[in-house]
Ligand binder design. Structure first.
Ligand code: ATP
Length: 228
């Protein structure tokens, strides 16, 4: 059984339809890449999964339960952890305070997050708004992990970050994968994304047009769907 199963999802912004039939699934322990050019519906799909947009139709099952249309905090409590685009943290709380504020019971603790991202340990008493973009992204991932999610979802995992920081983020994602964490990830850096993903889904104009392994996403298909 899949941990997350999205089927025929349709979502709107007001009268304007953004998703026309998105399907995807993530199995326990898998890393799944959600791909597509700009504006194809990746963020809208994630926002709909997390209850931030109410779907017009379709189903979203998480751990066997229908969650479409449920309130965001209830969905999060079922074990979905979001690292949103723009890495939102509490700007006037310290690193430690941000992490502790997110904590829920489970294997992830402050120490484990600091082990994964030593820079956060070095900055533990700094306010979040004084961190670099890369450090804020580490903090956003750390916050999501502190909720001990069954599924971690990263929207634009490394966007706008310096190459050296990107490397750290991809290394952390690989470590999480090795530890059995289920992950759904959106990013524009194809090589790293395809290297870590077990399977990929590609969206085009709000519809899933490809599902398969990174190997099956041949250069031809990459060119057709992702314009690279
Ligand atoms: P990107 O890679 O640029 O973030 P995306 O694949 O995440 O793109 P979405 O942000 O989900 O794409 O956008 C899907 C469609 O919905 C686009 O046509 C976009 O213009 C539209 N859209 C997104 N946000 C809004 C909004 N707040 N109001 C109206 N339309 C929106």
């Amino acid at each position: 059984m899949s941990l997350l199963e999205v089927d025929r999802l349709e979502s709107f912004y007001g009268a304007s339809q953004a998703l026309f039939g998105v399907g995807l699934d993530v199995k326990e322990g898998e890393v799944v890449a959600l791909m597509g050019r700009n504006g194809m519906g990746k963020t809208t799909t994630i926002r709909t999964i997390f209850g931030l947009i109410r779907p017009r139709s379709g189903t979203i099952r998480f751990a066997g339960r229908e969650i479409a249309g449920k309130l965001p905090h209830r969905i999060a409590r079922l074990g979905l952890g979001l690292v949103p685009e723009g890495r939102r943290c509490f700007p006037n709380l310290t690193v430690t305070e941000n992490l502790v504020a997110a904590a829920r019971n489970g294997e992830w603790t402050l120490q484990k997050v600091v082990d994964l991202f030593p820079r956060l340990g070095e900055r533990r008493n700094q306010y979040a708004n004084t961190l670099s973009g890369g450090e804020q992204q580490m903090l956003a991932i750390g916050r999501a992990l502190m909720t001990n999610p069954r599924l971690l979802v990263l929207d634009e995992a490394t966007e706008g970050l310096a190459p050296v920081i990107r490397r750290d983020i991809w290394a952390a994602i690989a470590k999480l994968k090795a530890g059995g964490q289920s992950i759904l990830v959106v990013d524009k850096t194809l090589s790293e994304l395809l290297a870590v993903a077990d399977r990929c889904f590609v969206l085009e104009k709000g519809v899933t047009v490809f599902e398969g392994t990174p190997q099956a996403l041949t250069p031809d298909l990459q060119d057709r769907y992702l314009g690279v």
